[in-house]
Design a binder for this molecule. Structure first.
Ligand code: 5GP
Ligand code: ZN
Length: 124
């Protein structure tokens, strides 16, 4: 990879908001951490429970993942289940916004874990 392209990736990682939360450069209310994943409270909760489940590894969105990330993606979903079980959520919604048109505002893959109020379908 050309040096310029490497620098662009390093710059992106340094600026990425959620990478900065992983590195503890920005505070967050962390509720779970393991080798691959971090879970923290959303700063603008849209439900009584609103957590963000993220990979520590930077992936810009779900569609930036590759087949090699399959285990990681599965792990993130299992983490969401463990948390839901641990706080006895009878139902919850796990959703990722992929791309600006779908409402993605932070370019680091994250699953919203939402619970604690009635939820309509389809989402807006
Ligand atoms: P998106 O819009 O990309 O699907 O979701 C991004 C989420 O990140 C939003 O729900 C937003 O409230 C949350 N968020 C943005 N900045 C911060 C922050 O600095 N800390 C935390 N904990 N959440 C954030
Ligand atoms: Zn990142």
């Amino acid at each position: 990879m050309p040096v310029g392209a490497q620098k662009a990736i390093i710059d992106a990682l340094q600026e990425c908001l959620f990478c900065r939360i992983v590195r503890r450069e920005i505070p967050a209310q962390i509720v779970h951490e393991d080798e691959q994943a971090l879970v923290f409270k959303d700063i603008t909760p849209q439900a009584p429970t609103h957590l963000l489940v993220i990979p520590k590894k930077h992936l810009g969105s779900l569609s930036a993942s590759t087949d090699g990330d399959a285990l990681l993606l599965g792990h993130l979903q299992r983490v969401a289940c463990w948390i839901a079980e641990s706080v006895k959520l009878s139902s919850f919604r796990l959703v990722t916004n992929n791309g600006k048109g779908a409402g993605q505002s932070v370019d680091h893959l994250h699953y919203h874990l939402l619970a604690g109020r009635p939820m309509s379908w389809p989402p807006g």
